[in-house]
Design a protein around this ligand. Structure first.
Ligand SMILES: Cc1ncc(COP(=O)(O)O)c(C=O)c1O
Length: 398
């Protein structure tokens, strides 16, 4: 387990520890005639119309009560989420405006601006650094081992750095990684958790449902409720197809979750988002999610990976292919990674062929790489053809 000397109070920013959180109206009472929050009790204008001077409900009225502030703790959503992930209690869960809000909140709870630091393991998701920069928090980096596209943690170096540098308050691990698509070895994460490091370990599981193993077995979500210093992040943006709704989760022990709730805006999750989240986590929607995830995995493994590696100019698909995207590496005629070709393909696809993918050639271990999301079968056929055409156009001019 985590080092004996770990003490949450020692690593929380002092101002957050002392903070008296804002108490919103809905924290106190939520039944009765509610005239305590300066809401408009006539109703939402979208549910009403004025006819001959009279206020009437529209025939297509929704049942959302959008004129009321939402539940500050999004409890209906959490109750369904804990069932899905086999988590003990809603007190183990924080709901954010996407997992991006969880990243922001964890940094603001634990990192003193101009003093503390985070550790990242590039190539990795860019928002950890952006949030650190916004908050004037330093960034240390220990690259993943990139040989042969393995994209695993350099665990001994990570542990050494974390044990040595007490200003590092958070290490962000992304598993499966973006842009690597690779699940980290759980034993490596456990080594970090069991080290003498006295800070917070965040494991970003945005893509966990696409792992080719039993999802709940691979995920650290249940473990996060037992450890003193582990936070697992998940989201409805990927496998659930709700990127536009902005719902993400932080899973941890209740003491850490309470700190997150302290600093979040009182009503961070809208009535609409809570309703979407509640519906998305129903048994019917879960069955749909699993069905679609099966299709995406099958398209990834049985179509995109084999078809892309056959294309001229592509050497290999790097990484473990455990997410809903693949990382294709373009090479020159000598077989060396070729950023010029990859950039040309990227630009040509976007500007001339109506296909938008992502250039990732400047990330460590990703030279010559484009990251491609797995689409529908029709989109995937078009994707392969368009990349083939772009490579042909490049070869014709070079
Ligand atoms: C690894 C990773 N974490 C977090 C996010 C943010 O997700 P959300 O939509 O929940 O904010 C993304 C989005 O692309 C991601 O790739």
């Amino acid at each position: 387990m985590v080092s004996e000397s770990f003490n949450l109070e020692n690593i929380v920013r002092k101002n957050i520890l002392k903070l008296k959180p804002y108490r919103c109206a809905r924290d106190d009472y939520n039944t009765g005639t509610l005239l305590d929050a300066n809401e408009n009790t006539y109703g939402a204008v979208t549910n009403l119309c004025v006819k001959d001077g009279a206020l009437l409900e529209t025939p297509k009225k929704d049942e959302l009560e959008a004129n009321r502030y939402p539940d500050p703790l999004a409890r209906k959503v959490k109750n369904r989420f804990i069932k899905l992930r086999n988590i003990d209690s809603v007190d183990n869960v924080f709901v954010g405006v996407g997992s991006d809000e969880v990243i922001d909140i964890v940094v603001r709870v634990f990192c003193e601006p101009k003093k503390d630091k985070i550790l990242i393991t590039p190539p990795t998701y860019g928002m950890y650094s952006v949030v650190a920069n916004i908050n004037d928090v330093g960034i240390e980096a220990i690259n993943l081992i990139t040989e042969n596209g393995s994209f695993q943690l350099n665990t001994s170096e990570v542990v050494k750095k974390l044990e040595e540098d007490s200003e590092i308050k958070i290490v962000f691990l992304c598993s499966p990684g973006n842009p690597t698509g690779t699940s980290l070895d759980l034993k490596d994460i456990e080594k970090i958790l069991n080290s003498r490091y006295n800070g917070i370990v965040v494991v970003d599981e945005a893509y966990v449902d696409f792992v080719s193993a039993d999802d709940n077995q691979y995920s650290l979500a249940q473990m996060a409720t037992k450890y003193k210093n582990l936070v697992v992040m998940q989201t409805l943006s990927k496998s659930f197809g709700l990127a536009g709704v902005r719902l993400g989760f932080g899973i941890s022990n209740p003491a850490i979750i309470e700190l997150f709730n302290r600093i979040k805006p009182p009503y961070n999750i809208s009535v609409l988002s809570q309703e979407y989240g509640y519906l998305a986590l129903s048994d019917d929607s879960l069955a749909v999610m699993k069905h679609i995830v099966g299709k995406i995995k099958s398209q990834r493994d049985n179509f995109l990976v084999p078809k892309l590696v056959e294309l001229p100019g592509i050497n290999a698909i790097l990484g473990g292919n455990n997410a809903n995207f693949v990382l294709a590496q373009f090479v020159d005629s000598d077989g060396s990674p070729d950023n010029q070709l990859a950039s040309f393909v990227y630009k040509t696809c976007a500007d001339s062929l109506g296909l938008v993918i992502r250039f990732r050639g400047n990330e460590p271990g990703c030279e010559g790489c484009l990251r491609v999301s797995v689409g529908t079968p029709t989109e995937n056929v078009q994707l392969v053809e368009k990349i083939r055409r772009a490579v042909e156009m490049y070869n014709a001019n070079n």
